[in-house]
Ligand binder design. Sequence first.
Ligand code: CMX
Length: 435
Amino acid sequence: QQTLKERLAELIPQELEQVKAVRAEHGKKSFGPVLVDQLYGGMRGLPALIWDGSVLDADEGIRFRGKTITECQELLPKAPGGSEPLPEGLFWLLVTGEIPTQEQVDALSKDWAARAAIPEFVEELLDRCPPTLHPMSQFSLAVTALNHDSTFAKAYSQGISKKEYWGPVFEDCMDLIAKLPNIAGRIYRNVYGQGKVPAIDATKDYSWNLANVLGFAEKSDFVELLRLYITIHSDHEGGNVSAHTGKLVGSALSDPFLAFGASLNGLAGPLHGLANQEVLLWLRKMQSKIGVDASDETVKEYVWSTLKGGQVVPGYGHAVLRKTDPRYSAQREFALKHLPEDPLFKLVGQVYNIVPGVLLEAGKAKNPWPNVDAHSGVLLTYYGLDQMNFYTVLFGVSRAFGVAAQLIWDRALGAPLERPKSYSTAHIKKMFDGK
Ligand code: CMX
């Protein structure tokens, strides 16, 4: 049976040829004009990057290598007795574009378990962080520090040829993903006083081990939730802050630990991954203000008061999506199956019936519909993981899958240093007004 690295070694020359052919045939074709507004407007809609793992359609949502979330749920291998896809299989799909066999997925689980240990100095680094330091800052510190043992950084310093970059980058990416449960588990237990991190079990899959380091492996539905959670949070094409940051920093030939540490700092922002923490805080604040069984009218007033206070409604809106995020829907399906009567789940449903109408009436947001973050916290809370400021760490563990897959391909295809052109307002005025 072929390993992921062996399969990649076969695919890389084919992909190099394909890229060469695409560039030869279409390289001088235009995607359309670039508007000055796009320079000021956060580059919305500006075609600027190649990202192979996934593409986001504004109406349909994400497809991983052409497959919808539902198709991934059907096609990817599962754990014994489980019904959600194993993230190991999703990683294989993101990297190769192919659905792996059960044996290949099992081999990845074992490989990652074997690579899972983190250096003692990283453990000490985490143990020395004050519990008041946000878990995402701790996470980013630890991931950045893993660069101490980067295979790529070492190979580069020894003069590796450009053609060989992808091999050590692949090793670093595998190490990165493998070590995240131990880092996440240590942060969780340190911050919330939950005792020692148990050892990784090489006979179990990645999500079971992640659940176990957090102390939740006995709840098999929670393990299933993590399998789904990692799968849907793994990748969301290349332009979002965490994905693009990883690619950008990687383009300087910073190793995958440095590149992904930077991704995490972007994910930690409230308009991006931190929104899943913000949603729960917002819901709790609403409950404390208007009570647990508030009427639709009162909830509506609360939503308006958020907007009038100059704040965003967390979990709603998106820079690309224009419909309900299928990642939201996948979590809703999970909730309907496992926790249909949960009061917080019902509240999320009630909010879903109200917020889009208010956002439409307010008339600013281009997309009034919920995104992935509107739902994740409710599911985690249901199983007892109610420490909201830890939620983005789980998003970060998942996002490593998508960023790592692209880092491998970027180095395999010789992607150059990113260096877009910037202009000053004075220059733009001169360009178009002549003064
Ligand atoms: N609540 C209130 N106002 C909103 C809004 C929301 N949920 N979504 C958008 N708007 C506002 C914007 O703040 C902007 O206002 P200004 O013109 O005053 O600046 C206006 O509507 C237009 O914004 P947009 O073009 O619709 O949205 P952007 O592409 O600029 O931003 C996003 C997208 C996600 C940052 C925004 O919708 C938002 O802030 N949502 C809430 C935070 C959130 O849930 N983030 C998580 C996204 C998913 C993820 O990355 O994890």
